[in-house]
Structure formats: structure tokens, C-alpha cells
Design a protein around this ligand. Structure first.
Ligand SMILES: Cc1cc2nc3c(=O)[nH]c(=O)nc-3n(C[C@H](O)[C@H](O)[C@H](O)COP(=O)(O)OP(=O)(O)OC[C@H]3O[C@@H](n4cnc5c(N)ncnc54)[C@H](O)[C@@H]3O)c2cc1C
Ligand code: FES
Length: 263
């Protein structure tokens, strides 16, 4: 990656979405636009605030959620040390940003597209909906654990058909699996494309349904990453032929029938 793709940008705003317990907050971080010519939905950035201490040596990867000429937005959920520190960022602070990284979701013309998002997997679909030439062909199914107002669901709901399901108890997981299978079957009959992003168990469900109904599907993986540019081999996944490949450079979006999500 050229040094042009690594920029120090300023925080324009940071705000928490909805209410959640300490330690699982979700926030929208708007950063100064790094001046790239373009980006595609599904691509991601690595970010590392300049104020981070040396023991937080690596940047953290986040999907590009939205962008305009002036700013780039990411959404993050607090899950650990790095994301708790991100929540403390203040307007005007400087953040190193590498990107846009990785590949992106397809946007086929004249075909229905089913977006399947689990939790923070909703982030890339904000940009997908905003940049799709035929939003009337899109449908989002969103499975989530925190209240709906913690996510940018209402924003997407204004633009495309949506349906959400809140997981309140373990038994709800089976209902989500049944719903995903039914939707994938429906879209396979319409020659649709499925695009999915979420935790690995969620992606495994989508992959199994896509295989069962012979539906074309693309999965965005969220493996742990350190360098984000193919150098550390920290993010590998297994392709069906047994080879390992870096998610940061070959992905994060993979054809569902090209990879194995088993450990
Ligand atoms: C391509 C890509 C896009 C992503 N997009 C988003 C996004 O839009 N919004 C968002 O909130 N998160 C996203 N993530 C996940 C995000 O990068 C991690 O949550 C973050 O790096 C955790 O940093 P931390 O220092 O807070 O956690 P750590 O202190 O490093 O770890 C805390 C806990 O989080 C788990 N964890 C760490 N990294 C990941 C990961 N990649 N996936 C799942 N669990 C992880 C650890 O196993 C551990 O249990 C994305 C990841 C990738 C690879
Ligand atoms: S994160 Fe280093 S190789 Fe992918």
C-alpha cells in the first residue's frame, strides 16, 4: 500500500447511539475525509489514534459505514481495550487511518439482493444502500441483541425494505436460523444475491443456507487483524482447496462457496 493511503485525520464528531450498558456501547465516529478518490461498500479502514500508548501498537479494522466529500464515518461497538479507548476520543484529535482496504460486495444490476446483517455487521450496509443504483431491489434482514436504536437501522429503513429480529434469549437463535433459511430460499428462487456480514456463527448459518438452496452469496469476514495489509498473516481463513489466505487482502468479502468457516 502506498503511503498516500495512510493519513492522519481529525475527529469531526463522536456520538453514542442509543443506550447500552457500560462496556458494550455503540458509537458513530465521523472522521475528516482522507482525500481518497473513492471507496466501495464492504471495504474497511484500519485506524489508530495518535494518542494511543505503545502497548496498543496495532490499529483496529472497521467497515466504512458512510462517506461524503468531507467525512468518513465508522460505527463501532465497545468490546475490548482498543474500542473502549476509541470511545474516549474528542473532537479535533488526530487518528491515523489506512485505507480503503480489501475488496467489496457486488452490486448486480437487475437482481434482487438480500442483505443479512448480524449486530455490528449492519455497518457496511449503510454505504451499500446509499451507493446501490437500484435500492428498490434491496431487502435487509437484521438480527440484533441490543435495542434497535443503538444501530443505524432507522436510517436504512427509510430507503429500503427491512425486517429486524431481536435476540432476547438463547432459544431465539433457532428462530433466526429458520428465518435466514426461508429468506435465502426465497431469494434463490428469484435468482437473487445474498450479501452478509456479522459474527462467524451468523455467517455459518448464511453459508449453510446458501449451499442448501444453491444461492449465490457473499460473506464479509471479521477476523482479528493486526497490520490490515497482508504482512502479518494474523487474519487468515481457509479456502475450500485447503489453502490459507489473508482476509485483509483477499477479502474481507468472500464467495460463500469458496471458504470454510470451520475451525
Ligand atoms: C474487516 C473488518 C471490519 C470490521 N468492522 C467493524 C465495524 O464496522 N464495527 C465494529 O464494531 N467492529 C468491526 N470489526 C471488529 C473490530 O475490528 C473489533 O471489534 C476490534 O478490533 C476490537 O478491538 P478491541 O481492542 O476493542 O478488542 P480487543 O481488546 O483486542 O479484544 C476484545 C474482545 O473482542 C474480540 N475481538 C477482537 N477483534 C475481533 C474481531 N475482529 N471480530 C470479533 N471479535 C473480535 C476478542 O476476541 C476479545 O474477546 C471489524 C473487523 C474486521 C476484520
Ligand atoms: S491483518 Fe496482517 S495479514 Fe491480514
Amino acid at each position: 500500500m502506498s503511503s498516500d493511503n495512510c493519513k492522519a485525520v481529525k475527529v469531526l464528531s463522536i456520538r453514542q447511539l442509543g443506550k447500552s450498558s457500560p462496556g458494550e456501547e455503540i458509537a458513530e465516529l465521523r472522521l475528516e475525509h482522507p482525500g481518497w478518490k473513492s471507496w466501495r461498500a464492504g471495504q474497511f479502514v484500519m485506524i489508530r489514534p495518535l494518542s494511543w500508548p505503545l502497548d496498543l501498537i496495532w490499529g483496529r479494522p472497521f467497515s466504512i459505514c458512510k462517506g461524503d466529500g468531507d467525512s468518513l464515518t465508522i460505527l463501532f461497538q465497545v468490546v475490548g481495550r482498543g474500542t473502549s479507548r476509541l470511545l474516549e476520543l474528542q473532537k479535533g484529535e488526530a487518528v491515523s487511518m489506512w485505507g480503503p482496504l480489501g475488496n467489496f460486495f457486488s452490486k448486480p444490476a437487475d437482481r434482487p439482493v438480500l442483505m443479512l446483517a448480524g449486530g455490528m455487521g449492519i455497518a457496511p450496509f449503510c454505504g451499500y444502500v446509499d451507493t446501490h443504483p437500484e435500492p428498490e431491489n434491496l431487502k435487509l434482514f437484521f438480527a440484533h441483541r441490543l435495542p434497535l436504536e443503538n444501530y443505524p437501522y432507522a436510517e436504512i429503513q427509510k430507503k429500503v425494505e427491512t425486517e429486524a429480529f431481536k435476540e432476547n434469549k438463547v432459544e431465539d437463535i433457532q428462530l433466526i436460523i429458520t428465518k435466514i433459511k426461508a429468506l435465502v430460499e426465497e431469494f434463490s428462487k428469484k435468482n437473487g444475491l445474498v450479501v452478509a456480514c456479522g459474527p462467524t456463527p451468523f455467517l455459518k448459518t448464511v453459508q449453510a443456507a446458501a449451499n442448501e438452496f444453491g444461492c449465490e452469496a457473499e460473506l464479509s469476514l471479521e477476523n482479528r487483524m493486526a497490520c490490515g495489509v497482508g504482512a502479518c498473516l494474523g487474519c487468515v481463513t481457509r479456502e475450500n482447496d485447503g489453502h490459507h489466505t489473508q482476509v485483509c487482502t483477499t477479502g474481507p468479502v468472500f464467495k460463500a462457496d469458496a471458504i470454510s468457516l470451520e475451525e
